[in-house]
Design a protein around this ligand. Structure first.
Ligand code: ADP
Ligand code: MG
Ligand code: MG
Length: 886
């Protein structure tokens, strides 16, 4: 019984280990504020445990709870010297829901409960303020009817609006007592009509109804959805807070307001809030009247003429200021506070940690360390690494109106405007003449990469958060909206339709990759500045983390960005991406189509200088750091011409006929390319390709050395190995070429050779494979595909069913499957290190930028994670957090 209800001033609360779990967030904080000596209206909390009892008791309140409630009411009556339902001095109360975490879908608060046709007269007499009493009563009827009796709120609002129109007034506050009398009458009639019953006059019945409604709301549809999305267990339940009313609507020495202890959007250390004179509850946020500023400074900054609270209620303001400072000091975090002023007396109704933007979160954390309120460690742990992304990409100017035509998935953050193009080539052409484009495709493929680079943003109508477009765009730091199914593209006529709006090639659109919106026209963006606070947090993170952070990059631009963001080398340089360049793709096609080794060698020789230059440029940027170069990985047919025009082009350049090219394409076609002739299998069949690539790497290295560039250490990575023999053969190949170049230039080359672990067999055979490996890099994208036997590109069709049925908690391509794929990584690591104590271990793949996966990598003592450039700061912070949580 002792755990059913808790008075706010119950001494036992102090000893409860996790008061939020029993009292809910709101209840726990009300009690805590009381203990701090702050002015909190008396009240009590019905614990979350009762929620469970209620459900087990056929949705009725158990007897013992009813008894406790009466006892607690008595104690409030004593403190307030008012009586619930009394005809002289009636006690009014609020009934407020409050789960462990604040949650949408829970019942809205009911204020002024305890009013009826009699007590409203008593309140009028007692306060000599009929207008106030009637205003409170009509509010109560509105709220109660809406949340307990389920009558739609707008029916009441419409009546108020009508009357105001009749009276020729604009504001609720312009209505008089007699107007409210009239409305109360009409409200009650509406209730009678809708529920076939009179509005409840018995105050105990009112209270019972309100409490039950709170518990029922725990299982409302909206709450259910939210619980599911956020993995909140049913048994948590909600608490109910019953609190004596204080009134901000009794006249001009009364007000109600909301205030943050700091600015939640910039983090600036000044009060940020609003208040309304002669108002109650949610009036401030309801927007019917424009609220006024709290401080004089804020008023001046906003160019407002309405006096601030600091000016109208200077004494109360001073009390509020003291309270805010006290609360922030106590909770050691920015607080979001609700208050009410009744006849110049301040009351605090709620405090909680305030929601804030990433920018504010960082500034506040850094400032609080300087103010000695929290430690560096606490500061690091407070910032959600995932939010850092939003700070690095351009964002839409919030002050500009936008015309949304479709929505899709927020696949890659940032916003961009540009001319619609439907082909990669067009994006590239326009980029050449300095025009911004948005590449619009049903979906993208590796062949579109140059166009994705050239475009300012990418929009696809198919594919999910891990589609090719999404993954590549995130990697490049390009904004992307994917899977915008409302859009229908017609490549033929070069236009798309979104509903009844037609957009032609060349028309301008804007996409917002942060929320998935597609808009017509240009919406100006603002380039984010990386703040000194951001850099401070990053430096602190580096002090604590052990895991190294590298990046996945194969271009100069990405490498530069990543290095600026603090990458400590490249963990994955995908050489094939360098082949998609306009000029080179032709050589590649020639190479693939060559029938003899000799022909092939000839075309490879043409590619060599290009590859060498690519490497050289990247090595220069990464000077002094390691660079992992993966030798050619994808199946060759990915490079082949697709359209008739392209086939013709290749045919004529090779002096062969059209049909021959077509036949070769046919020949190379694979049923299942993911598991086909790719990875090291290419190196085994066509060693000359890998030889050329190694030559390019080592030549680039020698040239860098000549130019006195601080050397990098190439880590040559052989993909898709499943046996030790494959690696043995290809390692010998690398050594042979290295030997050749060393001899040619009479210089020593430092390099290491390793493999990507992306097949379960490779993980299991790690002990043997590591005989020939200096490092393992876990290619977790493919390892996930091969472990589950799920193709990432096709998973979109059923992934949602798997998530809905709780088969997957989270998309395994987004966050590493620790129990399956993770287990293979653990096995491979320990078996590999058995043979080779110095084996370097890391992961590359999307997971390298996912904080949860990073925590896992840190736990199992990998040496590094490698992620896309824009995720580098995220990974630095996540790695520090992982270390601090150990
Ligand atoms: P929410 O979680 O939606 O903010 P609250 O329970 O905090 O719901 O309350 C809604 C509004 O009613 C807030 O403005 C709050 O300050 C006000 N309120 C709640 N209880 C009281 C009370 N006892 N006296 C006066 N105002 C109250
Ligand atoms: Mg609310
Ligand atoms: Mg509130």
């Amino acid at each position: 019984m002792s755990n059913l209800t808790f008075n706010f001033n119950n001494k036992k609360i102090k000893n409860i280990k996790n008061p939020r779990n029993i009292l809910g967030g709101k209840g726990a904080n009300l009690a805590e504020m009381g203990r701090l000596g702050l002015p909190v209206p008396p009240g009590f909390t019905i614990s979350t445990e009762v929620c469970d009892l209620f459900n087990k008791n056929k949705k009725k309140l158990p007897k013992q709870v009813l008894k406790n409630i009466q006892l607690e009411l008595k104690s409030i009556e004593k403190l307030t010297r008012k009586k619930f339902g009394d005809l002289k001095n009636p006690l009014l109360i609020s009934v407020r829901s409050g789960a462990r975490i604040s949650m949408p879908g829970m019942m809205d608060t009911i204020l002024n409960l305890g009013l009826n046709d009699q007590t409203v007269i008593a309140l009028t007499k007692k306060t000599l303020n009929g207008r106030f009493a009637k205003d409170s009563y009509r509010r109560f009827i509105q709220m109660y009817s809406n949340v307990v009796l389920n009558i739609e709120g707008h029916l009441f609002e419409a009546m108020i609006e009508n009357l105001k129109l009749n009276r020729g007034v604009l504001l609720d506050t312009d209505l008089e007592e007699s107007d409210w009398d009239e409305l109360i009458q009409r409200f009650k009639e509406l209730v009678k009509k809708e529920t076939k019953k009179k509005f409840p006059q018995n105050v105990q019945e009112q209270l019972y109804g309100a409490i039950c409604a709170v518990f029922l709301s725990w299982d409302s549809q909206r709450a259910k959805t939210y619980k599911k999305l956020n993995q909140i267990p049913d048994h948590w339940g909600t608490a109910v807070n019953i609190q004596s009313m204080v009134f901000g609507n009794m006249g001009n020495d009364c007000s109600t307001g909301v205030v943050f202890t700091r600015n939640p959007s910039t983090g600036e250390n000044i009060f940020f809030g609003e208040y309304l004179i002669n108002a109650q509850g949610e009036d401030v946020v309801a927007g019917t009247r424009t609220p006024q500023h709290i401080t004089k400074k804020a008023k001046i900054n906003a160019g407002s003429n309405e006096p601030s609270m600091e000016e109208t209620m200077p004494k109360v303001y001073q009390a509020l200021k003291k309270t805010l400072l006290k609360l922030e000091k106590h909770y050691k975090d920015m607080q979001d506070i609700e208050f009410t002023v009744e006849n110049n007396k301040l009351w605090i109704l709620q405090t909680r940690s305030g929601k804030r933007t990433a920018e504010a979160a960082i500034k506040i954390a850094v400032d609080m360390v300087k103010e000695k309120l929290i430690t560096k460690k606490e500061a690091i742990l407070r910032i959600d690494p995932n939010t850092l992304d939003t700070l690095l990409h351009p964002t839409l100017d919030k002050n500009v109106e936008k015309k949304i035509i479709a929505k899709g998935l927020p696949a890659s953050p940032g916003a961009a405007s540009g001319k619609v193009v439907f082909a990669a080539e067009e994006a590239e052409r326009l980029n050449g003449v300095m025009q911004n484009t948005i590449l619009v495709r049903v979906e993208t493929s590796p062949e579109d990469i140059h166009g994705m680079y050239a475009a300012k943003g990418i929009l696809t109508t198919r594919g999910g958060m891990t589609s090719h477009a999404a993954v590549v765009a995130r990697g490049m730091g390009r904004p992307c909206v994917s899977g915008s199914t409302e859009i229908i593209i017609d490549y033929e006529t070069k236009q798309f339709k979104a509903g009844n709006i037609s957009v032609k090639e060349g028309d301008t659109i804007t996409i917002d990759g942060a929320n998935g919106e597609v808009m017509l026209g240009t919406v100006p963006t603002v380039q984010p500045k990386i703040s000194k606070y951001f850099l401070t947090i990053m430096n602190w993170a580096d002090e604590f983390r052990k895991l190294k952070i590298r990046t996945n990059s194969e271009t100069e631009k990405d490498s530069k960005v990543a290095r600026e963001f603090g990458a400590e080398g490249i963990g994955l340089c995908r050489t094939e991406h360098m082949f998609f360049d306009q000029e080179r793709i032709l050589f590649i096609r020639q190479m693939i189509l060559s029938k003899s080794k000799e022909d092939r060698n000839n075309t490879l020789a043409k590619l060599l200088p290009h590859q060498k230059n690519d490497f050289k440029n990247i090595f220069k940027i990464m000077h002094g750091l390691p660079v992992t170069v993966r030798l050619l990985d994808p199946p060759l047919h990915e490079f082949l011409p697709k359209t008739e025009k392209e086939i013709e082009e290749v045919a004529s350049s090779l002096h062969v006929d059209h049909k021959e090219v077509k036949d070769r394409i046919e020949e190379l076609h694979e049923q299942n390319p993911m598991l086909g002739h790719r990875g090291c299998r290419l190196g085994i069949s066509f060693p000359e390709i890998y030889e050329m690539q190694c030559e390019a790497i080592f030549e680039a290295l020698v040239e860098c050395k000549k130019e006195k560039i601080k050397s990098i250490t190439p880590e040559i990575m052989i993909p898709l190995v499943s046996t030790d023999i494959e690696l043995k053969i290809l390692r010998e190949l690398v050594n042979r070429i290295a030997g050749k170049i060393q001899k040619k230039y009479q210089t020593k080359i430092k390099y290491i050779v390793g493999t990507m672990i992306e097949l379960p067999r490779a993980a299991l055979q790690a002990k043997e494979i590591s005989k020939y490996a200096d490092f393992f890099s876990f290619g977790t994208n493919d390892l996930t595909q091969t472990t589950f036997g799920i193709s990432r590109d096709d998973s979109g069709k059923f992934l949602n069913d798997y998530l809905n049925n709780k088969i997957f908690e989270i998309d395994p391509f987004v966050s590493l499957d620790q129990s399956g794929v993770g287990e293979l990584i653990k096995i491979a690591s320990s078996r590999g290190r058995e043979t080779n104590k110095k084996l370097k271990l890391g992961i590359c793949g999307e997971h390298g930028g996912d904080p949860k996966s990073i925590e896992f990598c840190s736990k199992i003592d990998l040496d590094y994670v490698s992620c896309s450039p824009f995720r580098v700061p995220v990974a630095r912070l996540a790695a520090a957090q992982a270390e601090l949580k150990k």
